[in-house]
Design a binder for this molecule. Sequence first.
Ligand code: DAH
Length: 355
Amino acid sequence: MAEGAVFDAQAVTDAVAEGIAKIENASSMEELKAIKTQYAGAESAMTQASKAIGALPKDQKKDAGKIMGKLRADFGRAYGTKEQQVKAEEEARALAAETVDMTLPVNRKPLGARHPLPKLMEDVEDFFISMGWQISDGPEVETEWYDFDALNFGPDHPARQMQDTFYVKGNQAKDAAGFVGSNMVLRTQTSSDQVRGLLTRGVPLYIACPGRVFRTDELDATHTPVFHQVEALAVDKHLTMADLKGVLDKLAVAMFGPEAKTRLRPSYFPFTEPSAELDLWFPDKKGGAGWLEWGGCGMVNPNVLKSAGLDPEVYTGFAFGVGVERTLLLRHDINDMHDLVEGDVRFSEQFVMGE
Ligand code: DAH
């Protein structure tokens, strides 16, 4: 009904009747709301007719008001009844759709769990990265030169014997640095990356070399032929054993908690002079495990610096190496190496918390 339209009782009654008929055929709330807007909204015949009452002569206003009151009530009642019905139907439909069949088989695919070893390797890497060191990733098939000669192992050093070292068939290879005639081995220690690091990265050098190493050991409770080490090497001017001790204590705290500490015992390694065994103490669950062997360390032997073409009168360095399996065994009081290598998910699942 247009602006200023006259009040037409028949027209508005017809319009409302049409609206009520549509309400009765509606089957969703969406539909119902659209009908409400069309037949009772601001633009509807019903609203426009109510407005037109104002312009009627006084004696007609009362009747017109009555008509409109009845139409509004009829429309409202029809709407209310249908609204209840539609809502109930919609609810019933939703309930039916959400019904869960408790008898259906569930998806029992196990999720698995990450092995704690690579996680620990990452933690160790994070420790060195946080100090601004570089991570070096040397080859596992290595020349004997990097694994032994450059590290000051004499030609008759027992570690070179077949019982310790896996020699790779077809040896006499030429390696990346061009050394012809050096046997190829599976590296027995990540120390093999020391001289490679010095030659390729130069000085000052601060690198950590985490990785897999190989020895001809039988798998038993404390040994495995394939295991992991992290080697640390710092070469710079003015480095002393105090720097070494400082880094070791910080690493112990990072790995074993705030009370952990290290101590050094004199020892021998061909590539360090002086050399020391590295012992660790930390308060375990039983209240102090005593001193435990953790790795080896020392000041870089001048012969190693010379292998890399450095002047030992100008540069000094420190190095250490720790076993990653050993770190994990100590930290979690695991007694058998088999648990680490067998790949039983029930073992790994124990470490998932706190990742
Ligand atoms: N490479 C030694 C090993 O496998 C561990 C080690 C000892 C590394 C002393 C070092 C070190 O850097 O200075 O037994």
